[in-house]
Design a protein around this ligand. Sequence first.
Ligand SMILES: Cc1ncc(COP(=O)(O)O)c(C=O)c1O
Length: 396
Amino acid sequence: MKNYSSDRAMHFTESVIREMTRVCLKHQGVNLAQGFPDFPASEKIKEAAVRAIRSDFNQYAITWGTSSLRQAIADKFAWYNGITTDPEKEITVCCGSTEAMIASLMAIVNPGEEVIVFEPFYENYGPDTILCGSQPRFVTLQEPDWYFDEKELTKAFNNKTKAIVINTPNNPTGKVFSREELQFIADLCLKWGVVAVTDEIYEHILYDGAQHISIASLPGMRDQTITINSISKTYSLTGWRVGWAIASEHLTALIRKVHDFLTVGAPHPLQEGAASALRIDRGFYHTLAEEYRERRDFLLQALEEVGFKAYRPKGAYYIMTEVCHFGFPDDEKFAFHLVEKIGIATVPGSSFYNHPSLGATKIRFCFPKKMETLKQAAEKLKKLEKQGWVAGANEL
Ligand SMILES: Cc1ncc(COP(=O)(O)O)c(C=O)c1O
């Protein structure tokens, strides 16, 4: 019998995060696995999309995005990230940042070339590097502050390196890369002619005075960076599937070609809604960060009270925890116990690592949820103690 599987598809597994959501539905648990909000999006933004459907924005948009959305992206990128762009030539609207990432990597990486990825990493980056035929090189972010070893990173660059994937604020660690760290990466990119592909979808979710810096704003990096973003996290619209890649005219021409043949385009009426989201009153971003800080603090306390050792995130909406002291054989067994016996879905830490053993003592929780959902989760977590799974609390 002929083997119908491609080597590419056999090289990675199904998404553990999305699998945990399905297991959670089966057990009717609280989903602290997949990062999507359970609270409503802004009425004003939803109305803009409804208006667009009623006004018959129902056919294909321009492949690389409607001009109103590209203009809104350029305006916001200028005020928030400090970088001016030409929306006619330097922006490609895609189906979420997920498509923007794979389209960007496919546009610039040849089979056999190398892509550097920091681990732990957002699950998609592993398969992305495989799908574009590259050889991924992993550089570990080390606890407790998730710093990278400069020597290790320097050694990862060579003549075959084509791109480095950065994600700041970071999923799953909550790390926010500092200006000094980004400058160190930028210097290596400039030295080796490497493109920084940076996923900045949590750029507005920052805590404790952390500041978001786009590597594209550092000297010399504007034309050597692809900046990826989407409406998913900032505006709580993960299901609309609208994202974008911002890059030089040369790189954009390549990304637009790949994007066209991957998906043709993102949903037209939702692009109109997205344009209105990006023009929202600026006070929105302050409230967003403040509400997430409250949720973070609540979940941190609830986790610590029952013995999790938590890494305090500086950005994004995830908490990585250490769990080996609970006595489970590994992270997957613990995650399945949590969803099946406690009623909370989480993500086993190993799924964020190329070397699964590095994450085998970790569990990730997400908190883009109503306070009432988080309170329910906190109550359920207390069952761990009742079941005899007790450990000393400690914040890392
Ligand atoms: C770092 C990161 N990038 C991308 C995505 C997916 O974003 P989008 O909905 O824009 O495709 C996620 C979702 O959790 C994420 O955490």
